[in-house]
Design a protein around this ligand. Structure first.
Ligand code: UDP
Ligand code: MG
Length: 320
């Protein structure tokens, strides 16, 4: 059989949720194994993203207790996307399909069954899409939906209301491994891989313990990261803006000449001040955006490792 499933779960300071998450996931995996949908060698792979609490101790203990649990310990905190990538790239060596999800189980784990069914029918990438955000706070909902809209309008095409809850086949992961960029924004890259894909809808629940590790500040920097690493549309917008301002300035030139010949030479100090400030602001803004891309180039040329694995606890299935 070629249906070995690895669940990849990035964890950052998740000691409060881990024991319960582990219990529920084990139930789910055992159930799927029993039904013969997935292989006995399937694993739950926790990636500890440099947590400062007992997360790694819990993962090691789980691994000791049951070989169904595997763990990766990163050398330090590298952020959700890198932790996820470390898990995916490690799992692809062992699994036929990989599902990634968050440690807090806000994403309904019952969608896993449907994802596996789709994989078995030959689909390579299955996106988990939130059907509603009724359980999210108003603020989280508004900021998160604004996030997707901003991303799409800026040329970073992503699947609407899909976070990183998805199934990927081994060959899709091999495709992903071909993307060499360091600033990896998974949600934007995965659709670029191609292959057959489908979506599964689910209800998003509440975090059952602990706090969100994605406060507003992190979300905004995530959005900027996503836009600038996927598209150059902001640069084009600036070019357009510059062109527009140029046209306006020609208009103003004509206007002042006309005023000059009409004899009304003392043109307002206000106009002058306003334009100086407006142009100054625009220049600064444009420089900032250009700088953003130059920063990206700088980081890409360094080709720093995206993560370093300190330890990998895994018991490979030897039979069959
Ligand atoms: N996470 C991580 N590294 C980080 C921040 C978060 O691995 O630096 C993990 C976290 O443990 C969780 C997932 O990313 O499994 C999503 O985080 P969270 O649930 O806090 O985000 P939210 O659901 O509030 O957007
Ligand atoms: Mg969450």
């Amino acid at each position: 059989m070629n249906n070995k499933l690895y669940l990849v779960i990035p964890c950052y300071n998740e000691e409060e949720v881990l024991p319960e998450t582990a219990r529920r996931l084990k139930e789910k995996i055992s159930f799927l194994i029993e039904k013969g949908k997935i292989d006995k060698g399937s694993r739950i792979l926790f990636v500890n993203d440099g947590s400062r609490d007992k997360t790694w101790d819990i993962i090691s203990a789980l691994h000791e207790e049951n070989c169904l649990y595997s763990g990766i310990n990163l050398s330090r905190n590298r952020g959700h996307q890198n932790a996820l990538l470390a898990g995916l790239m490690t799992a692809k060596e062992h699994a036929d399909m990989v599902i990634s999800m968050d440690a807090d189980l806000q994403d309904d784990i019952n969608a896993v069954d449907e994802m596996v069914d789709k994989y078995l029918s030959g689909i390579d990438i299955v996106y988990g899409v939130r059907s509603s955000r009724a359980k999210d706070t108003f603020f989280k909902k508004a900021t998160a939906e604004g996030f997707y809209k901003l991303m799409n309008s800026m040329g970073a095409n992503t699947v609407f209301n899909h976070a990183d809850y998805r199934l990927m086949s081994k060959r899709a992961l091999e495709g992903l491994a071909e993307f060499q960029e360091v600033n990896l924004f998974l949600r934007g890259i995965v659709p670029m891989i191609g292959y057959s894909w489908d979506v599964v809808y689910y209800e998003r629940g509440e975090r059952f313990a602990g706090e969100s590790k994605y406060p507003l500040g992190k979300m905004i920097s995530f959005a900027i990261e996503g836009i600038t690493s996927l598209s150059t549309k902001p640069i084009r917008l600036i070019t357009g803006l510059g062109f527009f301002i140029f046209l306006v300035s020609i208009g103003i030139l004509i206007y002042s000449l006309v005023r000059h010949f009409m004899g009304a030479t003392i043109v307002g100090w206000t106009t002058l001040m306003v334009s100086v400030w407006a142009i100054g602001g625009l220049i600064l803004l444009s420089l900032g955006v250009v700088g953003e891309y130059i920063g990206k180039i700088y980081l890409e040329t360094k080709a720093r490792p995206r993560y370093i694995i300190e330890q990998f606890l895994n018991e490979e299935d030897v039979e069959d």
